[in-house]
Design a protein around this ligand. Structure first.
Ligand code: CO
Length: 285
């Protein structure tokens, strides 16, 4: 295995979104606009209700997938497909907005810790105006693989022969949440042609001998393997990889298309109440 070096380290930037939710953004910032097929990575995490209580009231999406993973806390999701999601600590939600979804994501707690990630995954042109889709997974619905000093939650893709909760046919996304004991090394293959990153959210560590602190994202360089060694307090991180789409990206807020004309269409459709074309039924675990 040829361990991939670190190509770039991106400190997450403090920002706010929704109705004033504090979060840390790494992909989707000036330092790292996109990492094809990934458009954005937000890490929300606070035990101060003022940082999250206003939530994300109704807002639109078109042209991509939102993938939400809850580490702590409780959120309720409602969308234009008629889904009512109950997102709890350890659970995940995969929402293919595609041709158009309007949804809200609101806290179902008034105090305590709220922590998790939202990753935006782009869709190829041929899928952008396809029907929306939705899958939700309870904490027990996320497979776990344990080995000495490590616990791996397989959100998407595959780890040691265990299939993850989500299968993404477009970009073959791998999404693992790894807890690693102090001094231990986690190592596994990552396809050479896929863009890949790791984001460390607890403790510290080193990726291919490059130190990585909490709230920092490391973009991986060429190679076909990944290795991270945890520091003295251990490490918790996500490892994400996907096949790049290689198409033009034109983004305007929550709309991500291939051309300016398609963006104008999305804005007009939203304004005229035509963004939501399809109301589908929920499925999944
Ligand atoms: Co949203």
């Amino acid at each position: 295995m040829n361990i991939r070096p670190v190509r770039q380290i991106v400190p997450a930037l403090g920002t706010s979104d929704g109705a004033g939710v504090s979060l840390r953004r790494s992909i989707g910032t000036p330092a790292l606009k996109h990492l094809d097929p990934f458009l954005m990575l937000d890490h929300f995490g606070s035990d101060k209700p003022d940082d999250y209580i206003a939530g994300f009231p109704d807002h639109p999406h078109r042209g991509f997938i939102t993938f939400t993973y809850m580490l702590d806390g409780h959120m309720e999701h409602r969308d234009s497909m008629g889904n009512r999601g109950d997102l709890r600590a350890g659970g995940a939600q995969w929402m293919k907005a595609a041709s158009g979804v309007i949804h809200s994501e609101m806290p179902r707690q008034v105090d305590g810790l709220m922590r998790g990630f939202q990753l935006w995954i782009n869709l190829p042109a041929a899928q952008k105006m396809s029907d929306p889709d939705y899958q939700e997974f309870t904490p027990a619905g996320i497979p776990e693989v344990e080995a000495e000093g490590e616990r791996v939650r397989v959100l998407a893709g595959e780890h040691k022969g265990v299939a993850g909760a989500v299968r993404d046919p477009n970009t073959d996304v791998l999404y693992l949440d790894v807890s690693l004991s102090a001094g231990m090394t986690f190592e596994r293959p990552v396809p050479a042609g896929h863009n890949a990153f790791t984001y460390l959210y607890e403790g510290d560590g080193a990726v291919a001998d490059r130190p990585l602190a909490a709230y920092h994202l490391a973009v991986l360089g060429p190679g076909d393997g990944f290795a991270l060694t945890a520091g003295r307090a251990g490490a918790r991180f996500i490892l994400v990889a996907g096949r790049p789409i290689g198409e033009p990206i034109v983004q305007y807020g929550p709309f991500v298309m291939n051309t300016r004309e398609e963006i104008e269409q999305a804005i007009n459709d939203y304004r005229d109440g035509r963004l939501v074309r399809v109301r589908a039924q929920m499925h999944g675990a």
